[in-house]
Design a protein around this ligand. Structure first.
Ligand SMILES: [Zn+2]
Length: 369
């Protein structure tokens, strides 16, 4: 199911092949976020042209609306959203915690109020897998007890234990072995608890392991310390997925530590804020210096936007608050991230990844504008 093809000599970066029921994908890879079966502002056709081969949706959110009766009519999520690439699904716990569902969490699962019906609902580990089985995603996530930064050590320890107990139930509940199932490690930025979580979770024969509970506001150094420890302890022959990471610098750093999979709203969210990614750092397209700039966002970028439009036009659309502005910005930013990963893979294969990462980081100026 997962095969390592190449290991970098000077870093822990690696190239692998992950086989799913919707096709095989080379790792590392990046998944734009399609929480509600749509990458914001981008249809499946444009998405493919950005070089995107996999997306991640949210199982719980889709089960609440449109509901599984609807997706069943399409035999799952792929046909419903007309995307024949790889679809991963998160169980939904993250969304409940982050988006004001105000859940109550106990050993049974997450109790919350359904925002569409007002009814009380309970998301159990069994139910999280049942929903994902019905959606027919290629890569499923266990339900985890994810905590926000600032939680007490005691609560983080409880989260580690509960995530493990739920993981065992999730593993047993899976009715379709063709769908890959990943366990999620927790433990916040506490090194000992993180090690414990990894040791517990790797005792179950999951198809891959996610590193959860990071990239939610903790210090970068703490995050990468945990990523490093995780990569040294997680099994080498299983894919490692760092959830929620997607800025260019963070992606390269995490790849160098041995991460194989990513997802993040970073490229689309920055695009909606008129920030366009270039190898020299993000540019703010609203700035008046672009008003008469006839050049593309980045020379050499093969994206649909850079092939067809100038900075002057994009500046105009952004200033005029035209909706197409955010769409075009998103297409460029996703393509930029996908191209960066492709370039990183090429350098891993050629043994020049270390040099490439250093040069990229030194050229990439975040505060340029
Ligand atoms: Zn472009």
């Amino acid at each position: 199911m997962f095969k390592i093809l190449h290991e970098d000599k000077s870093t822990s970066a690696r190239i692998g092949l992950l086989k799913t029921k919707s096709g095989t994908i080379e790792t590392p890879f990046f998944m734009p976020v399609a929480t509600k079966a749509s990458v914001k502002l981008i249809d499946s056709d444009h998405l493919k042209n950005t070089g995107t081969k996999a997306v991640i949706s949210n199982a719980l959110v889709l089960s609440l609306y449109p509901g599984l009766e609807t997706t069943k009519k399409f035999k799952g999520l792929h046909k419903f959203m007309n995307f024949d690439g790889i679809i991963a699904t998160d169980s939904g716990g993250f969304q409940i915690i982050r988006e004001g569902f105000n859940p109550k969490i106990d050993n049974f699962g997450l109790h919350f109020k359904n925002p569409y019906t007002g009814k009380k609902e309970l998301l159990t580990p069994e139910k999280a897998i049942k929903i994902q089985n019905e959606l027919g995603s290629d890569i499923m996530m266990c339900l985890d007890d994810m905590l926000l930064p600032g939680s007490s050590e005691e609560r983080v320890a409880q989260g580690v234990k509960r995530t493990y107990e739920w993981a065992k139930i999730c593993y047993k509940s899976n009715k379709n072995k063709n769908q890959l199932l990943f366990g999620i490690t927790q433990g916040g930025v506490d090194k000992e608890l993180r090690k414990k979580s990894i040791s517990l979770m790797t005792s179950i024969d999951f198809d891959g392991f996610s590193i959860g509970g990071l990239a939610i506001g903790e210090h970068k150094k703490d995050m990468f310390d945990i990523v490093k420890i995780s990569c040294s302890l997680l099994p080498k022959d299983k894919p490692r997925y760092l959830m929620g990471v997607g800025s260019p610098q963070d992606l390269l750093k995490a790849i160098s530590l041995g991460i194989d999979m990513f997802d993040s709203v970073y490229p689309t969210r920055t695009a909606r804020r008129n920030s366009l990614l270039t190898k020299k750092g993000p540019i703010k397209i609203l700035r008046s210096i672009y008003r008469e700039d006839t050049s593309p966002i980045e020379k050499g970028c093969n994206c649909y936007v850079c092939q067809n439009y100038s900075k002057a036009y994009l500046h105009h659309l952004a200033r005029s608050k035209e909706l197409s502005s955010m769409m075009l910005n998103s297409i460029h930013n996703i393509t930029f991230i996908q191209n960066l990963i492709e370039e990183a893979k090429q350098h891993i294969k050629e043994g020049t990844f270390d040099k490439f990462e250093k040069e990229f980081i030194s050229d990439y100026k975040i505060n340029k504008e």
